[in-house]
Design a protein around this ligand. Structure first.
Ligand code: ADP
Ligand code: MG
Ligand code: ZN
Length: 477
């Protein structure tokens, strides 16, 4: 049997979180009573004129810098004409021949290995409205609140190998959008959506196969399923001697299937032409450079630093780096430089994440500070706190803040690592439990656990367990 390789190209749409829409003053926000965030401009009334939102241009350029693109200081806006009830103007203002950003690349990680794919272009356009279908299927309602929400479309080269890589590309792009704070990234609200292009070719071949494009993919797991479904469908066709025809297909995530929408032969002709109501977008080179300087350190670079310099395991580095909140807290803790990076990332990924998930707060909204966390970890590493006591103090710090030293005292949790003190306890416990001591000496190793337990009880749980275990074995032997 022949072996096939799956090639994917993505067109990723991200809604920009500017406060107003792209060509009018309407509020840019999700939801709301239908047709309440609209005006004559975004409703496409004749005689109205669009005015471009500068912020949307800046955000697009920032994404262009993040994806290492060439930024065109002069780019054009074009009309993409099509008729559909969610688009009152019957055209969408987009960018055809000269996008704001082009010829970039994205570095990302797949299972710990670095990969690079080309970014063809990033352009700015407006979103369309939404159709809401009645339950009985008899009618559809049009909600134009989303009309004119600024969107960027990020187009990748057909260089993504399979569903796993595609997922990593999507995750990385989402994470970058979060770092730049230019998109809400709320998948359930449709802030990021994508079209998935899939083709197959024999392993070893360098020619691209005929692609099919799947529309209507609105989750990353949906993209993975769509790619796998489509690859399987194409392999079955080719293996049984057929040829793939270039198609646009609709992905139905509930059925887990795609359905043909149209073939290449009757592909849509959008009759693109330069938008006559708007000039070219002209951006000063200095301004383009200034925007570049605002960029934070991005997740792929962070993962590299966390794995190579801090020696974090890849998955931990990924989990810390993918969320700006976590990374910023981790970096703050590292700035104190008191603890091993592993200890910090462990706390962030376990107890702190648990608390965040339970309360819905951000790390910065809790009472915990980087200073107090690093102090707390240092106490545990000096054996002043047991790991279970540390959790209690940490939870209290998250909830109420405070000083870890004082909290440990006031909660009575300071661990005792004084050899003499522990040895006294052991001697006392051993003399009061002669039977268990005899059991232990006769080979009943379980008796040790009981004796340790008694010592712990006597110390009110404060004896350093490592030290206790070492000393009790010494005494017994
Ligand atoms: P459009 O979809 O508007 O016709 P393009 O032809 O430029 O635009 O292709 C858009 C997307 O299709 C890009 O993401 C590109 O990487 C992807 N693509 C193009 N050819 C292939 C192919 N043979 N296999 C997989 N993806 C492809
Ligand atoms: Mg397309
Ligand atoms: Zn409006």
């Amino acid at each position: 049997m022949k072996e096939y390789e799956v090639i994917v190209g993505l067109e990723i749409h991200a809604e920009l979180n500017t406060s107003s829409k792209i060509y009018c003053n309407c509020e840019n926000a999700f939801g709301g009573e239908p047709n309440t965030r609209v005006c004559p401009v975004c409703m496409g009334m004749p005689g109205t004129l669009p005015v471009l939102n500068k912020k949307a241009v800046d955000y697009t350029i920032m994404m262009g810098h993040a994806l290492n693109c060439k930024i065109n200081s002069k780019s054009r806006q074009d009309r993409k004409n099509y008729f559909y009830p969610d688009l009152p103007k019957a055209y969408q203002i987009s960018q055809a021949d000269i996008p704001l950003c082009e010829k970039g690349h994205l570095d990302f990680y797949v299972q710990g290995k670095e990969r690079r794919i080309g970014i063809t272009r990033i352009h700015l356009e407006e979103d369309a409205g939404k159709l809401v279908h009645s339950d009985n299927g008899n009618c559809s309602y049009a909600d134009y609140n989303r009309c004119g929400v600024p969107l960027i479309e990020i187009v990748t080269e057909p260089e993504i190998k399979g569903s796993e890589e595609a997922k990593c590309v999507l995750e990385t792009i989402k994470s970058i959008l979060k770092y730049l704070d230019i998109c809400d990234c709320k998948m359930q609200e449709g802030s990021i959506r994508c079209d998935v292009n899939v083709s197959i070719r024999e392993k070893g071949s360098t020619n691209l196969g005929t692609r099919c494009e799947m529309k209507n993919v609105n989750s990353f797991s949906g993209a993975v399923r769509a790619i796998e479904y489509e690859a399987k469908r194409q392999i079955e066709i080719v293996s049984s001697g057929g040829v793939i025809s270039q198609e646009t297909r609709r992905w139905d995530d509930i059925q887990g299937k795609s359905f043909i929408m149209r073939k290449k032969e009757n592909a849509q002709d959008y009759r693109f032409f330069p938008e006559p109501d708007l000039g070219i977008i002209s951006v000063d080179e200095n301004h383009i450079q200034k925007l570049k300087e605002t960029l934070p350190e991005l997740p792929t670079a962070l993962i590299k630093r966390y794995t190579q310099e801090d020696n974090l395991p890849f998955t931990d580095a990924l989990l810390i780096a993918e969320q700006p909140e976590r990374a910023s807290f981790y970096n703050d803790c590292r700035a104190y430089n008191r603890n091993r990076p592993r200890s910090i990332s462990n706390r962030i990924l376990t107890d702190i994440t648990k608390y965040i998930n339970e309360t819905g707060l951000k790390i910065s909204e809790t009472k915990l500070t980087a200073d107090s966390l690093t102090k707390l970890i240092a106490m545990t590493e000096r054996d002043e706190l047991s790991s279970s006591s540390e959790k209690l103090v940490l939870n209290s710090l998250l909830e109420n803040g405070g000083n870890p030293e004082e909290l440990t005292e006031s909660l009575g949790l300071r661990q005792n690592s004084d050899e003499e003190y522990i040895r006294d306890i052991i001697v006392k416990v051993l003399s009061e439990n002669e039977k268990s001591v005899a059991d232990y000496k006769n080979g009943k190793k379980k008796a040790l656990g009981f004796l340790v337990g008694q010592c712990m009880k006597l110390s009110k749980g404060k004896a350093n367990p490592t030290l206790l275990n070492r000393l009790i074995e010494q005494e017994l032997n």
